[in-house]
Design a protein around this ligand. Structure first.
Ligand code: NAD
Ligand code: DAU
Length: 351
């Protein structure tokens, strides 16, 4: 039976589609609106015979979603579609509330209505996997224990608040309507095909163009970096063995301060593409992000114990491999940089 993914033309969604098509004969259908962050180039390298179908559409449109569910009859929905960039949510939150909250509510209701027409066995088997974030738990002090399943919600950015609201809707649809939902909270993903507004591809894109690398504040904010392929194997485990109504944390054992991460990236660039001066000479400390969370860390022990999942990529190797991917795919990057993305960069970082 097919599965349906929303946001499958984005960074993580497309990695999930790629992994799915190499590992499973089951058909997979992508529903994606192709916002500025959605990119059909991300799906262009799927093998011609891959059992994948792309549908352009909006998760906020009940008619589109219900029609697709009835047509595809999926055994699961994996919900990636969202507005995802914290800086954009600070400039304007409307799209975040509309897509992340309204879109999730629309999908939940459409799945509930759709399942009422399916057999009891199909209803029991169905899964709605909601891809959330660690940011809903707020910010940790340097010595505080990592986020875990019972951590309190303390979202600090409009993006995180919109994802938190979506998480609560998912929980409510499970409790009230019996929808078999599972929510995952992962840390910062990195890897191929990430839109170059996020720190790692932004640094690579700017450094290779000889542009400055902007580090917010003192650069000592800590993130836990998770390779996107490890995230996809975790989602697969959640889909196969996760318990409806549960939540799972997914992290990469990759805690690193931004400045250290960027210096490592610059080192990897120096190795792969030496220039006259070290790439780190392009680093500039710039005005901090308002409400900037200081530290995220993930305790994924319950995911390991219950699902047998552990991350496989080390941050050092993963970063090197990621740098190599962007250098080998400059056309991918250029097609984005020459479009609407350029005006966002001008607005955010100046000419
Ligand atoms: P992304 O910004 O790269 O892609 C988002 C995708 O959603 C795009 O293809 C876009 O076109 C699509 N989309 C947006 N609005 C839509 C709508 N109304 N209808 C249909 N499609 C729509 O995002 P990503 O980084 O791949 O993140 C995927 C999910 O994972 C998000 O829910 C995000 O909150 C979550 N997440 C991401 C990270 C990370 O580090 N990237 C970490 C934790 C959680
Ligand atoms: O933790 C999971 C979250 O990770 C996801 O839910 C979000 O969708 C995803 O965007 C990401 O959020 P971050 O804000 O952590 O990612 P970003 O790449 O924007 O920033 C990473 C860190 O780098 C953060 O501390 C801010 C800093 N930064 C970012 C940019 C874009 C800079 O110092 N300079 C920059 O120019």
């Amino acid at each position: 039976m097919p599965i349906l993914v929303t946001g499958g033309a984005g960074f993580i969604g497309s990695a999930f589609v790629h992994a799915w098509c190499t590992q499973s004969p089951e058909p997979i259908v992508t529903l994606d609106l192709l916002t500025y962050a959605g990119n059909l180039d991300n799906l262009a390298t799927l093998p011609a015979a891959a059992p994948h179908r792309f549908v352009r559409g909006d998760v906020r449109d009940p008619g589109t979603v219900r029609h697709l569910l009835d047509e595809v009859q999926p055994r699961a929905v994996v919900h990636f579609a969202a507005e995802t960039h914290v800086d954009r949510s600070i400039k304007g939150a409307d799209a975040f509330v509309s897509t992340n909250v309204g879109g999730t509510a629309c999908l939940l209701q459409a799945c509930t209505d759709h399942l009422s027409d399916r057999s009891p066995a199909e209803r029991r088997r169905f899964r709605f996997v909601h891809v959330s974030t660690d940011e809903v738990f707020g910010s940790l002090g340097p010595d505080e224990p990592a986020f875990h399943r019972a951590s309190h919600y303390r979202p600090n950015s409009p993006y995180a608040a919109s994802k938190a609201a979506a998480d609560h809707l998912v929980r409510a649809w499970h409790v009230t309507h019996g929808l078999p939902t599972i929510t995952t909270h992962c840390s910062n993903n990195y890897g191929p095909r990430q839109f170059p507004e996020k720190l790692i591809p932004l640094c690579i894109a700017r450094a290779t163009a000889g542009e400055t690398i902007p580090i917010y504040g003192d650069g000592c904010q800590v993130r836990d970096w998770l390779h996107v392929d490890d995230h996809c194997t975790a989602l697969r485990a959640v889909l196969d063995r996760g318990v409806p109504g549960s939540t799972y944390l997914v992290g990469g054992h990759g805690e690193c301060a931004n400045i250290d991460l960027v210096r490592s990236l610059c080192g990897a660039l120096d190795e792969a593409r030496p220039t006259g001066a070290p790439h780190a000479s392009l680093i500039r400390f710039v005005t901090d992000r308002p409400g900037h969370d200081r530290r995220y860390a993930i305790d994924a022990s319950s995911t390991r114990d219950e699902l047998g999942w552990v991350p496989r990529h080390s941050l050092t190797d993963g970063l090197r491999e990621t740098v190599r991917w962007y250098l080998a795919n400059e056309v991918w990057l250029e097609r984005i940089r020459s479009g609407a993305y350029a005006s966002w960069v001008r607005e955010q970082y100046g000419p």
